[in-house]
Design a protein around this ligand. Structure first.
Ligand code: PRP
Length: 221
């Protein structure tokens, strides 16, 4: 019998989309996306064998994969750019699309401030971006509801995820430059890929096929 492989998946809005795509690829994860406090799920598939699925905070998935606790996982490109984990990123899964962007109050131009204060969940991305544009910023790291910071004077601008733009609109903020586009990525632990090459590459190929079927196209591999 093949070894049980561990998968790290992000809880929240991306989990249902992950389950749909994995199911279309033959890796049926059952009802793990149903709200429950259960965080570890055992899954058995005909095609790919047995798995243990860990439901994690999105920003924690790369650590579980990098350290080999999980053989593979799904992580947002935003998290990967911020954390730069030592993992392989073999496939763009094309869901969870959003962008990392700058936003500020109407009439406030952060680029006109000598050392703007920037509130963000992404200190490295924000600091590097402002520095690359010749404006060293003072970074205030927060963990959520970032949009409040410029409204109450904690920051001149924010660097945050924008998906529909609704949160910015509801809070009277203007969206500025997009720093980069985001989507969910398949990530592999390097050693796990060597140990389970056929199985992991098989899963990757099945996901490529499922993505191609969604777009009505042909697989390129
Ligand atoms: C993210 C992000 C924005 C919001 C953007 O927050 O930080 O607040 O989503 O989405 P929208 O453009 O569709 O409005 P999330 O919901 O993950 O919660 P958080 O603020 O606790 O991080």
């Amino acid at each position: 019998m093949r070894e049980v492989l561990r998968i790290g998946l992000p809880k929240g809005r991306v989990l249902a989309e992950t389950c749909s795509l994995f199911g279309e690829a033959g890796l049926d994860l059952g009802d793990i996306e149903k709200p429950t406090r259960r965080l570890i799920h055992e899954v058995e598939t005909l095609q790919f064998g047995r798995f243990e699925v860990l439901i994690l905070r999105a920003k924690d998935v790369p650590a579980y994969v990098e350290h080999g606790v999980c053989a593979f996982g799904v992580a947002g490109y935003d998290t990967l750019v911020e954390q730069r984990p030592n993992v392989l990123q073999p496939l763009d899964l094309a869901f969870g699309r959003c962008r990392v962007a700058i936003a500020h109050r109407v009439g406030v131009d952060p680029w006109r401030i000598e050392k703007p204060r920037i509130a963000t969940k992404f200190p490295r991305i924000a600091g590097d971006y402002f520095l690359s544009r010749g404006t060293p910023a003072q970074i205030v790291e927060l963990s959520g509801a970032i949009e409040i910071a410029p409204l109450v004077g904690l920051a001149d601008a924010i660097v945050d995820i924008v998906e529909t733009g609704e949160t910015l609109r509801k809070n009277g903020l203007t969206e500025g430059e997009t720093i980069f586009e985001v989507s969910a990525r398949l990530i592999f632990n390097r050693a796990s890929l060597r140990l389970h090459m056929d199985r992991l590459r098989g899963i990757q190929e099945a996901l490529v096929g499922a993505l191609a079927a969604r777009s009505g196209g042909q697989t390129s591999s």
